[in-house]
Design a protein around this ligand. Structure first.
Ligand code: ADP
Length: 604
């Protein structure tokens, strides 16, 4: 039978150097993050590491004196008094250290959470489209605490290192070779720990996808949007099964990992401690019998050796944990260094004096093959209300996303008064738009806050809030609420919150889009949850009212856009017809076809 030989790629010297440099830099960044979060607690933790490292040896040497004095029948009350005082102080030091540790972790965690949340604003929308990148996000979420763990562990490792050095020096007083031999004995434990880490790092990476899947099925039960489906279609069993399948897959690979690591560490530890103790006890008994040591000295060296073993065990564990966290910190660092491609923009000021133009635009979503838009061209002039029509999947929402620069075009360009929008400063550019998204978001905030999200600084401007509510025909309803503009929406957090219907939420989202006078309004399916009367009141009454700005309205209901100054019909990635409602009907093309089909449906 032929053997399959797996070649492990040889790691070159420069690759090794690169890895070391990356590790050092990740290490540096993690330390600097923690110092930025709470430098004073970090310094206090450092000082207490030194103090804690000394405690076991001071205790052992007090007991050494007590036992030696006792073996020579001398009074020991003085030594006992010293011990009691020392014990009290060491308890106090431990308690203070615990408190500092708690505060330190709390501050660093909060800081890190905010740094992470802030980073999300820079992530391209395309990042959320692919499962692979979502797995990466999940992985980063899982391991982000490594940054805190790394620095926190560093303090502990320092403490154990000082303890080991102390113990090493004290053991050499017994015999010069005891110290070095104790260190040598611990090498197998270190090797086992390194191997364990490699397994854990690999497992963490592999499990991110399964963990995201199990989370998904779990969260379905907490999402209000799904809960009706779950109840009506009886989906709970299916989703629970999917959740437990993913969980079991996670558990299965974790079980194997834990099994291997426990065996590895156990074997290493048993070998080191048993052999070390046999050698030490032999030496101590010989010295006791020859009278070189008193009973107090024997107890002292046993305590020092035990302390060495415990410190060395914790030290190797801590160091290997740091090695593991360092790998994670590198991934976290990559995430924090992520540069959005869309964010790259010029510094031109946005002007909307004349028109927006799509010029020969082609676009396909990142990671996909098919073009959604191909050589698509049209113009929207200032003061115009433009309706965009097309069948499902024609690319209408994609046009909105491109206009808002949530994605950038592959070919062609979008121009605002002749300037490529990629050359315009992005934040200022986006501020020109009042947008109602198709999948608008109901927020568990007050009514005022829900509306002012589009212009947060104006949230106390009652006149502007009321104007927006009037435009979206929601004011009458709001006037019946006791808390008026400050009514909490949803009962998620407040028992007296108002629960709204789909149509009412859509009006709130519309009010959000109308809240501040903008240069351009984009309304994607603004009447999908509105009844025909509400639709008429909101849109037909306001037709012709966008004269000082512009509006793009996407709607399936052609009645919503029949009054528009211009209607664009999108098909096959292109605008195939454009004109007023009347012109397009006369043209008797695709738009007329669609309109007559809808009209017939209403007649029936
Ligand atoms: P419309 O708004 O006209 O219904 P969309 O613009 O939402 O259509 O979608 C146009 C096409 O782009 C559809 O075929 C859809 O499957 C595809 N699409 C939309 N969003 C994404 C995405 N994030 N990744 C990949 N393809 C997408």
């Amino acid at each position: 039978m032929r053997r399959c030989i797996a070649f492990r790629p040889k790691v070159t010297k420069s690759e090794k150097m690169k890895k070391i440099k990356e590790s050092l830099s990740a290490f540096g960044q993690s330390i600097s993050l923690t110092f930025r979060a709470c430098g004073h607690y970090a310094i206090l933790r450092l000082l207490f590491s030194f103090l804690l490292a000394c405690l076991p040896f001071v205790s052992a040497s007090i007991w050494r004196n007590v036992l030696n004095e006792l073996s020579e029948s001398n009074p020991v009350w003085k030594q006992l008094a010293v011990f009691v005082i020392f014990w009290g102080m060491s308890q106090l030091i431990r308690k203070i250290d615990g408190f500092i540790d708690y505060k330190y972790n709390d501050r660093v965690n909060l800081y890190l959470e905010t740094v992470f949340l802030d980073k999300y604003k820079d992530i391209d929308l395309s990042f959320y489209d692919s499962g692979e990148t979502q797995n990466k996000l999940q992985h980063v979420q899982n391991i982000k605490n490594s940054v805190v763990g790394l620095s926190s562990n560093l303090f502990s490792v320092l403490e154990y290192l000082i303890r080991m050095i102390w113990a090493f020096v004290l053991l050499t007083q017994l015999n010069f070779w005891v110290g070095p031999v104790s260190v040598l004995l611990f090498l197998p434990v270190i090797l086992c720990q390194i191997k364990t880490n490699q397994i854990t790092i690999k497992y963490d990476k592999e499990s991110a996808a399964i963990s995201r899947r199990s989370q998904y099925f779990k969260l379905l039960f907490r999402n209000r949007k799904n809960i009706s489906d779950i109840k009506v279609y009886g989906l709970h069993e299916l989703f629970i099964r999917r959740f437990s399948d993913a969980w079991n897959a996670l558990y299965k690979s974790n079980k194997k990992r834990i099994g291997i690591t426990v065996i590895l560490i156990f074997v290493g530890l048993i070998f080191s401690t048993v052999l070390g103790q046999v050698l030490l006890f032999g030496l101590l008994i010989r010295n006791l019998l020859t009278g070189t040591l008193l009973i107090g000295d024997v107890s002292f060296f046993i305590a020092v050796f035990s302390s060495f073993i415990a410190a060395a065990d914790s030290f190797t564990h801590g160091v290997s944990y740091i090695q593991y966290m360092l790998e994670n910190t590198k991934i976290v660092r990559e995430f924090l260094a992520l540069e959005p491609s869309v964010q790259r923009s010029g510094d031109k000021k946005p002007l909307f004096e004349h028109e927006i133009e799509f010029r020969h635009v082609s676009f396909k979503y990142p990671g996909t093959e098919n073009y959604v838009l191909q050589d698509c061209s049209f113009r929207i002039e200032k003061g115009e209300t433009v309706g965009l029509v097309g069948l499902n999947g024609a690319g209408k929402t994609t046009i909105v996303k491109l206009l808002l620069r949530l994605y950038d075009v592959n070919d062609g360009m979008i121009l605002l008064d002749g300037a490529d929008i990629r050359e315009i400063e992005l934040t200022a550019y986006r501020k020109q738009f009042g947008v109602l998204f198709q999948d608008y978001m109901p927020y568990s905030l007050t009514l005022r806050e829900n509306i002012a999200l589009s212009d947060w600084n104006e949230r106390e401007n009652d006149t502007a809030v009321i104007r927006a509510l009037t435009r979206s025909k929601m004011l009458e309803k709001v006037n019946t609420w006791t808390n008026g503009l400050d009514t909490p929406l949803t009962r998620r957090f407040e028992p007296d919150g108002e629960e709204l219907s789909g149509g009412q939420w859509q009006r709130i989202a519309l009010a959000r889009a109308f809240f501040r006078p903008k240069s351009f309004y984009i309304l994607d399916e603004p009447s999908s949850s509105l009844d025909a009367i509400a639709e008429y009141e909101i849109f037909h009454q306001y037709s012709g009212s966008w004269t000082d700005c512009g509006a793009l309205i996407i709607s399936h209901r052609l009645s919503t856009i029949a009054d528009a100054d211009k209607i664009l019909f999108l098909q096959g990635g292109k605008i195939i017809e454009q004109g007023t409602h009347k012109e397009l009907l006369e043209e008797d093309g695709q738009y007329a076809d669609l309109y007559l089909t809808q009209a017939k449906k209403y007649e029936d």
